[in-house]
Design a protein around this ligand. Structure first.
Ligand code: SF4
Length: 354
């Protein structure tokens, strides 16, 4: 209550007014449709607004309603998601839409707790949906919001204790209760994304600087304390284009794990810097090579969130076409199979001239 009287009400007012004046025009802010807001929130996870802008409109044009998404085959959803990355989000969004269609009569519930029963919806997305789509004072905390709150309240917590994280949720709830939740939750995220940025925040232009304790004690630069970043593990593969005439083979990855269910070149783990021989590739992939040496191209580095792949594109011409299979597709230059094709595959295909 102390916060509400001393901090939240004036803070909420300043934040709301600023948002009304300065909010970026974004397509998902023009709708009140909970399904479309859900799509945008899922797309925005770990992805920049500028990137999502290229994907959001085509996605909702192809799947205009929750019922359309639920009825679509997973391959169509992955195809539409191709290039956006973190494909698990698309699979879960699809599964979540099916759950809502089958179990909840096609309507998203309004309360954050009920929303979290839906596959793929965690506390953050539930808070975002409940507050933005249903105007309920249900909090949402991500890295942006945590940073803004830490600075506003001058929370110096180098160890980033769980109690601090818990405090963020109750603080945001109080803030949302002090005004229009729909506006305040978006305003808080907008402030973190455009003004109170991780490095060099624009305190001079900040609409809530008069409430900011970190600024008052000149501690903005050290709040929040930087996280100790663990190095991502690195993996080396030969990405092998098995070539039969003018076609090469793509394989669908297993249904679990990284790039699940997406089309990729067959990979072979390698520790050697020496180019692979045709014989060793032939043995590994159980194929008959047509040439003594494969074509080997410069390696490509692909960075995922928690790992790095070093991929050496290798093209091996075949004397005989290997067996066909449901999880295999032969493509010519410029062709792509139906379903999801991740950007790492497109990078490799471009290097190979496909
Ligand atoms: Fe962030 Fe600076 Fe505004 Fe404080 S004054 S909330 S540190 S931008």
């Amino acid at each position: 209550m102390w916060y509400r009287m001393r901090v939240s009400a004036p803070l909420a007012r300043d934040l709301s007014r600023w948002f009304a004046r300065e909010a970026r025009e974004l397509p998902w802010r023009e709708t009140r449709d909970p399904y479309r807001i859900w799509v945008s929130e899922v797309m925005l996870q770990q992805t920049r607004v500028e990137t999502v802008l290229a994907y959001y409109d085509p996605f909702v044009a192809r799947f205009p309603s929750l019922a359309d998404l639920a009825a679509a085959p997973l391959d169509a959803v992955l195809e539409q998601w191709s290039g956006l990355g973190y494909y698990r989000r698309a699979r879960l969004l699809h599964r979540g839409a099916q759950y809502v269609a089958e179990q909840l009569g096609g309507r998203l519930p309004e309360a954050a707790q009920a929303l979290q029963e839906i596959p793929g919806i965690g506390p953050y997305t539930a808070g975002a949906l409940a507050s933005i789509a249903f105007d309920r004072p249900e909090p949402l905390v991500d890295g942006n919001v945590a940073r803004v709150r830490s600075r506003l309240c001058a929370l110096e917590d180098p160890r980033q204790q769980p109690a601090t994280a818990k405090g963020h949720w109750s603080w945001v709830r109080e803030l949302l209760e002090a005004g229009e939740p729909r506006v305040l939750s978006q305003a808080l995220m907008e402030l973190g994304a455009t003004v109170c940025t991780p490095r060099s925040p624009s305190c001079e232009a900040c609409p809530v600087s008069r409430h900011c304790e970190a600024r008052a004690i000149d501690a903005v630069e050290r709040i929040p304390a930087p996280k100790v970043k663990k190095a991502s593990p690195e993996f080396h593969f030969d990405a092998v284009a098995l070539r039969w005439g003018e076609r090469i083979l793509l394989e669908r990855r297993p249904d679990e794990g990284l790039l699940a269910g997406l089309w990729c070149l067959p990979l072979r783990a390698t520790k050697s810097k020496r180019a692979p021989s045709a014989a060793s590739l032939a043995k590994h992939f159980d194929v008959e090579p047509a040439a003594a040496k494969p074509r080997v191209l410069a390696p490509i580095k692909h960075v995922f969130t928690h790992r790095v792949w070093h991929l050496r594109p290798v093209e091996l011409r075949l004397a005989r076409r290997p067996k066909a299979g449901a999880q295999r597709a032969w493509i010519e230059a410029g062709e792509r199979p139906e379903g999801g094709v991740p950007s790492v595959t497109n990078k490799l295909l471009a290097a190979l001239g496909f």
